[in-house]
Design a protein around this ligand. Structure first.
Ligand SMILES: NC(=O)c1ccc[n+]([C@@H]2O[C@H](COP(=O)([O-])OP(=O)(O)OC[C@H]3O[C@@H](n4cnc5c(N)ncnc54)[C@H](O)[C@@H]3O)[C@@H](O)[C@H]2O)c1
Length: 263
């Protein structure tokens, strides 16, 4: 066999070690607008998806609409002990987790002098601690198998200081970005990639309900593509980062903001 043929065979087989069994993916914030789009997309790609959310009713409804490959799992990701128990239960019941998407998050538009201590703590607990807890307990099995995909959902607010988003929110997403870099470096040699996406103004209740009409119009006027982002577009990007084909991308935060911010 000549060198080109060996290389061609290697390129075809090496990155895709996951085709022999169903991919097991854990997704937080799965009952939310972006989460549901990701769950649907993973299901369409043949994953079994553990859909984690604190919103029991919406979660059950969404998971049953997707079908058997979607498993609803009610969990408060900010509770360290509950996350530890949940990760143990997931691996005992469904097997080893291949993909983790840390998508759950809450928004506050409060700027520094209006930030209440309890809101600061809650935003950090959900947007940052929750992502760390899930990673902390799912990482050992990925490391052992020498394969894994972790995708964190950050926000453009981490780069801009929050055009409309508040101080605690922007800070939590910045820290989640730093966690992405730190972890990516730690586990790169173990076949695990760790990346993030930084969306802005996705057509979700965060945008439709938490902004005034005037703010929305003002923002659309500034977005070069002239519209808000669709949740499916974010799901598509996350699915790519979670795929076998993205094995050489790690420690990357991919912008998805319609050109609102270019760097
Ligand atoms: N919508 C946007 O324009 C936008 C822009 C940038 C980043 N993001 C990020 O994308 C992610 C998803 O946003 P979305 O717009 O779909 O929001 P969403 O409010 O529709 O979904 C968030 C989900 O997280 C869940 N959640 C909240 N606290 C939880 C907890 N303690 N434990 C488990 N689940 C919990 C909620 O129940 C909800 O279903 C968030 O991290 C958000 O910060 C959104």
């Amino acid at each position: 066999m000549n060198f080109e043929r060996i290389l061609e065979n290697w390129l075809q087989t090496a990155p895709d070690q996951m085709t022999s069994r169903t991919r097991l993916s854990v997704l937080t914030g799965a009952a939310g607008a972006i989460g549901l789009a990701v769950a649907r997309r993973f299901a369409a790609d043949g994953h079994r998806v553990i859909m984690i959310d604190i919103n029991r009713d919406k979660l059950r409804e969404d998971a049953s609409a997707i079908g058997e490959c979607a498993v609803p799992f009610v969990l408060d990701i900010s509770d360290f002990a509950a996350v530890e128990r949940a990760c143990k239960e997931i691996s005992e019941q469904y097997g080893e987790v291949d993909t983790l998407v840390n998508n759950a998050g809450i928004l506050s538009n409060a700027k520094t002098e209006n930030v209440l201590l309890e809101d600061w703590k809650q935003i950090m607990a959900i947007n940052l601690d929750g992502a760390f807890f899930l990673t902390r307990f799912l990482l050992p099995a990925m490391r052992k198998r020498r394969w894994g995909r972790i995708v964190n959902v950050c926000s453009l607010a981490m780069k801009t200081g929050g055009l409309t988003a508040g101080t605690a929110y922007s800070t939590s997403k910045g820290a989640l970005g730093a966690l992405t870099f730190s972890l990516a470096r730690e586990v790169a040699r173990d076949g695990i990639t760790v990346n993030a996406v930084a969306p802005a103004y996705v057509k979700t209740p965060m945008v439709t309900e938490q902004l005034t009409n005037e703010q929305r119009q003002n923002i659309v006027d500034q977005i070069p593509v002239g519209r808000f982002c669709e949740p499916d577009e974010v799901a598509h990007l996350i699915a790519y980062l979670a795929s076998s084909q993205a094995g050489f991308i790690t420690g990357e935060i991919v912008d998805i903001n319609g050109g609102l911010h270019m760097d």
